[in-house]
Design a binder for this molecule. Structure first.
Ligand code: C5P
Length: 243
């Protein structure tokens, strides 16, 4: 890695100052964490796969007019992205019950939800990213009502795009998490999709067999985590069959 200024180190990524103002380099690590950092491992090759998968998805989103922070992939582990002010919320969209909604509301995993459900979680490692309502978001000024509407509309567009993309690869999109950032240009501000979209942040089940192809393999100790990510990349046509 070239010498340059590190801005932030997260659980799965490192951010470095970019070559031009308003840009950042996002480096994908092999580290995996779950349950708010209680479980940790290094999964060799995960960062390389997530870099490619996230590039592929963000590029597809840009193509359908959903603005993202992605500019270009630089190498195996790095991409150039737009510098944004991250909205301190995780936006989750669910199509089928799994994970925390199953636990919280007692819905059997795999149950189709009556419609896609959007949830907001406050980004806080100390608090374990609690579920929050729109009331909390506006009262504590994490986002304003217009921004909430905008995030919900964009999240549903991302859901439509991703559901179709994965369905074409024989994969069911159970749920996913995205993050948004504020991009300032002069006195203009727009919300764009930031962070990453990868099997670390989605639940992906094989349509035929129900085989789990996402980070739940790590959370639930199912093994063969990167193999599953590689299979996702292959099915999306990002990797050739023998890669
Ligand atoms: O755990 P939960 O069921 O709330 O997760 C919903 C979706 O959000 C899953 O796809 C999970 O991988 C993703 N998620 C994430 N980062 C978190 C929490 C959840 O990517 N901190």
């Amino acid at each position: 890695m070239a010498r340059r200024k590190q801005i932030y180190e997260g659980k799965a990524k490192i951010l470095f100052e970019g070559p031009e103002p308003g840009t950042i380099i996002q480096y994908f690590k092999d580290d995996a964490t779950a349950f708010n950092n209680q479980k940790k491992a290094v999964l060799e090759g995960k960062g390389v796969l997530n870099n490619r998968i996230s590039e592929f998805i963000m590029t597809g989103l840009e193509r359908i007019g959903v603005p993202t922070h992605f500019i270009k992939r630089l190498n195996m582990r790095e991409q150039l992205v737009r510098h944004v002010e991250i909205v301190p919320l995780e936006v989750v969209v669910r199509n089928y019950a799994a994970g925390s909604i199953s636990k919280r509301l007692g819905i059997e995993e795999g149950t189709a939800l009556p419609r896609s459900v959007i949830e907001f979680y406050f980004k806080s490692d100390e608090l374990g990213d609690p579920l929050v309502s729109e009331e909390h978001i506006t009262a504590f000024n994490w986002a304003n009502p217009q921004e909430i509407d905008d995030m919900m509309a964009q999240a549903l567009r991302v859901n439509d795009f991703l559901s179709g993309l994965f369905a074409g690869a024989g994969i069911k999109l159970v749920d996913f998490k995205i993050e948004f950032g504020r991009q300032y240009e002069g006195d203009m501000m727009r919300l764009i999709v930031a962070d990453e979209i990868s099997p670390d942040s989605c639940r992906l089940w094989d349509m035929e067999t129900g085989h789990i192809m996402d980070k739940d393999r790590f959370r639930k100790d199912l093994g063969e985590v990167t193999d599953a990510y590689r299979e996702v990349a292959r099915r999306l046509g990002i990797l050739r069959e023998n890669e």
